[in-house]
Design a protein around this ligand. Sequence first.
Ligand code: GLU
Length: 431
Amino acid sequence: MASESTPTAGDTASERGEAPESALETARHQLNEAASLIDVDGNIVERLNYPAAVHEVTIPLERDDGSVEMYRGYRAQHDSVRGPYKGGLRFHPDVSREECIGLAMWMTWKCAVMDIPFGGAKGGVVVDPKDLSEAETERLTRRFANEMRSVIGPMTDIPAPDMGTGAQTMAWIMDAYSVQEAETTPGVVTGKPPVIGGSKGREEAPGRSVAIISREALNYYDYASEDTTVAVQGFGSVGANAARLLDDRGATVVAVSDVNGAAYDPDGLDTHEIPSHEEQPEAVTRHADETISNEAVLELDVDLLVPAAVGNVITEDNAADIRADLIVEGANGPTTFAADSILDDRGIPVIPDILANAGGVTVSYFEWLQDINRRAWSRERVNEELETEMTAAWEAVRREVEAHDASWRDGAYVVALSRIAEAHESRGLWP
Ligand code: GLU
């Protein structure tokens, strides 16, 4: 039958003028694909397609000039069958209700892949933090914490840093919550400064886990670390820590990038010489002899590509141009569902975010345990336990990949979904 759509429409979503795949669409596609691989109750999968709750607030902020502006904030709580909701808060102009739900779903799987007793949540404020002074950011954060006070708590929902937030943001939330509750409550958030109950090693944990999982994946595919070339998109907490750890282990890091572009050296960059976003924002290209564009980083002919900047960067528009042998996801959701299947057809393995960057939430769990016990762990203990948890999760996923001849993403989803479904079956549906 003749279609009424434009006959000249192209093959890809952007050529067809369609909106890019949302985090929620990607998360739902991934869930339903993984569910088809295992014997899981369809009613449980149906439940997991939806969040348990999405809280939305408006936050009045008094700007430094005395004017008042209204900001929108969200907290999506996806599933708590295995424990309290857990996940980051982002301050970013692209935050939306849908995005928070998709990201909350990924947190549910991430905690289950790691076998830590948390469910999934994500939230944020629609704001560009670059537009706010430090005093404005503090007022916005404290007021947001207060608006969310009834839905967060150390046994109910525990926020953490994400894009545009960090240890200081968590300190303000912890303080606002504690003052209102009239009780110092460090366990209400993780990713705090160690001096108020934060964990040593939390800041570098997501990057450390990316490096651990990269090492396992490179071993699996018979690459020697010393001969490996690596490109990293994003030089924030995840990208910079991953790049430096891989560099320290002998890999040749040929490119690292931030929003302005990439530093590039085919003989290898000194990743410790280039300031991370936290050390000096957006300074990567100022410390480079040769620069290339951010898009070009993704298409470099390297052994390992680590997209560690933002979501939706590997899409059906560029998946055919990727020349890396292996991709390890540092950011949440860098690869769309459509791109995943192109990469799969091309035989390029993608090690998913819910495994690779799960070191963040794993050390958040260690932090929460330390807060409950009022006892701090040494950095050595944190790093040792993280190594143990990451290699155990890698092995669990590898077994499913081999058993189902599945992609790494499907393997990770099978591990997560089996654990979550078993918990739902055991608890049942109330009433
Ligand atoms: N925002 C981080 C993530 O996406 C950490 C979440 C947490 O520690 O709760 O995994």
